[in-house]
Design a binder for this molecule. Structure first.
Ligand SMILES: [Zn+2]
Ligand SMILES: [Zn+2]
Length: 492
């Protein structure tokens, strides 16, 4: 996917805030509201729907006799008075009385224990198989109450019926690439934002007649500022989208359209906070710029996410530990093989999580260099995706199995190119360092093979953790690291 390239021609232009499109918001306001048809007494009550409806309204406010209440046999606890017991589709239809948004629940005649939501929409009765597992659902979305489920269902039906063509074209002309946020200067954003405080909110809403609240600082604006300033290490990073329930009206930062529905209206990136429709998320480029506020830890954080968040070429742990080891540990006997005291290693890990790149690893705090070496190895072991990724793992193992050294080296070289850029860079940097370690072998007694034994399982783990695979692969893991140290040019 093409990265976002700053458009030179718009450099001089004033920053334009996105124009939020409110059409779908207005449709949501127009959507029919749920009308619960309550079962007042026996299920075969010979009442016409309209009379019933009137009675229902009355009953809603009166105290309900418990005898009357229990006449609907076998009502599940999690359903309320909208449950009408075993009735036919035709009876359901009659109860609904052709009122848009009217709904009842009924039990299947053919399959007792199966429940159906009968709902009036678009002048017809729609029947949905209804499920409950602590929450109510007919599809993917799960709801606390039947009322919420029906409200959301009506909004979705209404919008998707009325605006199906509009929605299908929503992604074709996204604001994401056109508002010029990639070219924007941080000063412009802050100027614009401070200016907008005094301007009426409507200034950025064109089609909206009502006073629709608009988020002042969207993640898009924040990203605009970031993109301009910090693109030294332009690693691609996919967004980390998770289904999200938005409180209050929200607009998609890809297509600028309203995100409709009551819950799970769209997805949000957990790393940068970008909010988009689920269907729009497929088109968003891999240009996630993680927000430091959302990245709480240094250890155990995805490698690319960490370096993008801190805008460094490699994880800070790698640079800082290696700097310290090269300053005072190159000749240390058994460096990386001799383990440091576990509590002290944990202490370094906590210091990184707490202080980030301000961490102090100097000799007066950690006199034993093996603690620093141990902290670096722990960093690699704690990665959610190892430096040699799960995706490439088996290809590396296959390459290591080749008996002809030239073919093996060539195969390793090819697989290296499949690594994500930040992983590749980290591996390259580490191998240059390990080469320096081996150049001091007469003092530290560590050669490429020893280091392979230590780093093999640290840098690569099989995707499925089975003891047998791990045991079988160990010598190949060692060999890969050994090859990389001995042929450092393979990584350039
Ligand atoms: Zn993101
Ligand atoms: Zn969208």
């Amino acid at each position: 996917m093409a990265p976002l390239i700053p458009r030179k021609d718009s450099d001089a232009e004033e920053y334009q805030p996105p124009i939020w499109k409110s059409y779908l918001y207005q449709l949501q306001q127009e959507a029919p509201r749920p009308k619960r048809i309550i079962c007042p007494r026996e299920i075969h009550a010979p009442l016409g729907a309209m009379e019933l409806k009137a009675e229902v309204e009355e009953l809603e406010h009166s105290s309900f006799s418990s005898e009357l209440y229990t006449q609907v046999e076998n009502r599940p606890k999690y359903y309320g008075r909208e449950f009408h017991g075993i009735i036919s589709r035709e009876q359901a239809d009659e109860l609904l009385g052709g009122v848009e948004g009217a709904y009842i629940l009924r039990e299947s005649q053919r399959q007792p224990g199966c429940y159906t939501l009968a709902l009036r929409f678009g002048n017809q009765t729609l029947n949905y198989r209804l499920f409950y597992d602590g929450k109510h659902f007919v599809g993917e979305k799960r709801f606390e109450s039947i009322h919420d489920l029906v409200t959301d269902g009506l909004i979705t039906l209404y919008i998707e019926t009325k605006a199906s063509e509009y929605i299908s074209k929503m992604t074709t002309n996204p604001i994401y690439e056109h508002i010029g946020y990639a070219t924007l200067l941080r000063e412009k954003v802050s100027r614009r934002l401070s200016k907008s405080k005094t301007e009426p909110r409507k200034a950025s809403v064109t089609t909206c007649e009502e006073n629709v609240p608009v988020e002042k600082i969207t993640s898009l604006v924040r990203r605009a500022a970031l993109t301009q300033n910090d693109n030294h290490f332009n690693y691609e990073k996919a967004h980390n989208f998770k289904v999200h329930t938005f409180r209050g009206p929200h607009w998609c930062e890809y297509c600028a359209n309203f995100m409709w529905g009551l819950i799970a209206q769209g997805v949000r990136c957990s790393d940068c906070g970008l909010n988009v429709h689920k269907q729009c998320s497929k088109y968003v480029p891999n240009d996630c710029q993680p927000d430091l506020k959302r990245i709480k830890r240094v250890y155990c954080c995805d490698l690319t996410t960490l370096v993008k968040a801190h805008n460094t070429p490699r994880p800070m742990v790698v640079d800082i530990c290696i700097r310290e080891i090269e300053a005072r540990g190159l000749q240390s006997e058994g460096i990386y093989r001799v383990s440091g005291f576990t509590d002290h290693i944990e202490d370094v890990k906590m210091a990184f999580d707490r202080d980030g790149d301000k961490v102090d690893l100097s000799a007066n705090i950690y006199p034993d260099i093996n603690i620093i070496a141990g902290a670096l190895k722990l960093y690699f072991r704690d990665l959610p995706i190892p430096v040699i990724t799960y995706d490439t793992y088996s290809k590396f193992i296959e390459a290591a199995k080749l008996s002809n050294p030239d073919e093996r080296l060539e195969a390793v070289h090819e697989v290296l190119l499949l690594l994500p850029a930040a992983h590749y860079e980290t591996l390259r940097y580490l191998m240059i360092h390990l080469k320096k370690i081996t150049m001091n072998e007469k003092d530290n007694l560590m050669n490429a093979e020893n280091l392979g034994i230590v780093f093999g399982p640290t840098l690569m783990r099989p995707p499925e953790d089975s003891t047998l695979t791990t045991l079988n692969d160990m010598r190949y893991q060692k060999l890969i690291v050994q090859i990389l140290i001995e042929n450092e040019d393979v990584l350039f």
